[in-house]
Design a protein around this ligand. Structure first.
Ligand SMILES: Cc1cc2nc3c(=O)[nH]c(=O)nc-3n(C[C@H](O)[C@H](O)[C@H](O)COP(=O)(O)OP(=O)(O)OC[C@H]3O[C@@H](n4cnc5c(N)ncnc54)[C@H](O)[C@@H]3O)c2cc1C
Length: 398
């Protein structure tokens, strides 16, 4: 007789991006391997595959800030040992946050809180920053720079690949190329998930579906307050001289961010207060449209004038799952008791995957996170009209 495919699991994780794969890894690490990780395409091929991947610490929300520090330390210092994987996952570039007068008090507050957590960070007068850290810039319009010398960017495919390989090795079942087509709901629970390759039952069902979550949740009567926004990224080729390549940079005065990619390239993205609602169908530009070139190059070149000579390289776009306060939805859904959300990551979820994985695995195993107080990130906060929004005008800064 042939082997019978297992169809019942303690935990089913829907979506294998940085979030779902980290949850699978953390469950396995904590000894829970009766887990099915499902993805309609390949692990890391959703928004995680198009992320700008900045790993920074500058968050005004205290819980998310402590998650950022935990996650940065995990990826930068402990990843290979914890996940037992030797792939390179982190590149240090330093990241500066330039703020105008209105942001100075908040930047100082964030920097001093990070220092109490043992992180090396500085707040600079812009002219001092130019003199001491990065000479090739115009500091007009800036009132302070918060500088994180040890922040940088992560390698999404290595991070996801390592999480998945560890989980699989420990006994987690990973099924890629298997779309979930329906959630089967009965008596206030998700009793099963229907997929192209069969029906699976889970005691707990985790939603790590990112921008696609509502496609399955709406028909199940559990729609989430998530709007989809589009983010476009322009890539330019760096100039030959290494010393003129700008470090990682978040510009709250001009509304853009950028970071080097390897030796040769720089990625430039946008910061906006609001995003028009769209449908998420990711893709790549064969050639970035002129409109994108103009909107990204204008503020970037204003801040780093010598980069006007940089040659265009490429561009792509992806999508944010944005909640009303730009912070994640974490924990049980009051409408479907065994459904657990880790979604609504609002454009800043990649760097936080270690904290999100640790949190959701704890919620499943112990009822709540043992490390972070996530009570303020429940779905119910929106009904109560509570908000965990950033103290900066850009919600994505967190
Ligand atoms: C352009 C861009 C730049 C960004 N820059 C940064 C940054 O610098 N730093 C940062 O921290 N964050 C950044 N983000 C945000 C970050 O990338 C995301 O928050 C994070 O990657 C989301 O991971 P996820 O696992 O939740 O979602 P995803 O990676 O999208 O994973 C969801 C998975 O669900 C699967 N799925 C969907 N529907 C189904 C179905 N029906 N059945 C089975 N599987 C399904 C998909 O295939 C996908 O793999 C950026 C995002 C974008 C778009």
């Amino acid at each position: 007789m042939g082997s019978v495919e297992k169809t019942r699991f303690r935990v089913i994780i829907m979506g294998a991006g940085s979030t779902g794969s980290s949850i699978a890894y953390h469950l396995a690490k904590k000894g829970e391997t009766d887990v099915l990780l499902l993805d309609r395409s390949c692990a890391g091929c959703g928004q995680t595959g198009v992320t700008s991947a900045l790993i920074r610490l500058h968050y005004t929300n205290p819980v998310i800030r402590s998650m950022a520090v935990y996650s940065w330390r995990f990826i930068r210092e402990r990843f290979s040992e914890e996940v037992e994987c030797e792939l390179p996952v982190f590149t240090e570039t330093g990241i500066g946050f330039g703020v105008s007068e209105e942001g100075v008090k908040e930047a100082e507050r964030v920097v001093s809180s990070l220092r109490t957590m043992g992180v090396e960070v500085e707040i600079y007068d812009p002219e001092d920053f130019r003199r001491e850290v990065f000479r090739h810039m115009n500091v007009e319009g800036l009132a302070a720079v918060a500088w994180e010398p040890h922040s940088g960017y992560g390698n999404p495919s290595s991070i996801v690949g390592c999480y998945v390989r560890y989980a699989r090795r420990m006994g987690v079942k990973v099924m890629e190329n298997n779309p979930i087509t329906r959630l089967v709901v009965k008596d206030g629970r998700v009793v099963a998930v229907e997929t192209k390759r069969g029906v699976f039952r889970g005691e707990a069902v985790v939603n790590a579906l990112g921008v696609w979550a509502n496609r399955l949740l709406k028909p199940a009567g559990a729609e989430l307050p998530i709007k989809i926004g589009r983010e476009e990224v322009l890539v330019v080729r760096n100039l030959e001289r290494r010393e003129v390549v700008p470090p990682g940079w978040g510009d709250l005065a001009l509304g853009f961010y950028s970071r080097p990619e390897g030796r040769d390239l720089t990625i430039i993205g946008g910061l906006y207060v609001d995003y028009p609602e769209v449908e998420p169908e990711p893709g790549r530009y064969s050639k970035p449209p002129l409109r994108l070139v103009e909107t990204r190059m204008k503020p970037f070149v204003k801040r780093f004038p010598h980069m006007a000579d940089a040659e265009l390289h490429s561009g792509w776009y992806g999508f944010y799952d944005i909640t009303p306060d730009w912070q994640p939805i974490i924990g049980h859904d009051p409408r479907l008791e065994n459904l657990i959300h880790m979604v609504g990551l609002s454009g800043h979820g990649f760097k936080l995957s270690p904290a999100y994985g640790d949190t959701i695995s704890d919620i499943i195993l112990y009822g709540k996170s043992r490390r972070f107080d996530t009570s303020k990130f429940s779905l119910e906060r929106f009904e109560r009209k509570e908000s965990e929004r950033s103290r900066y005008k850009y919600g994505i800064i967190g």
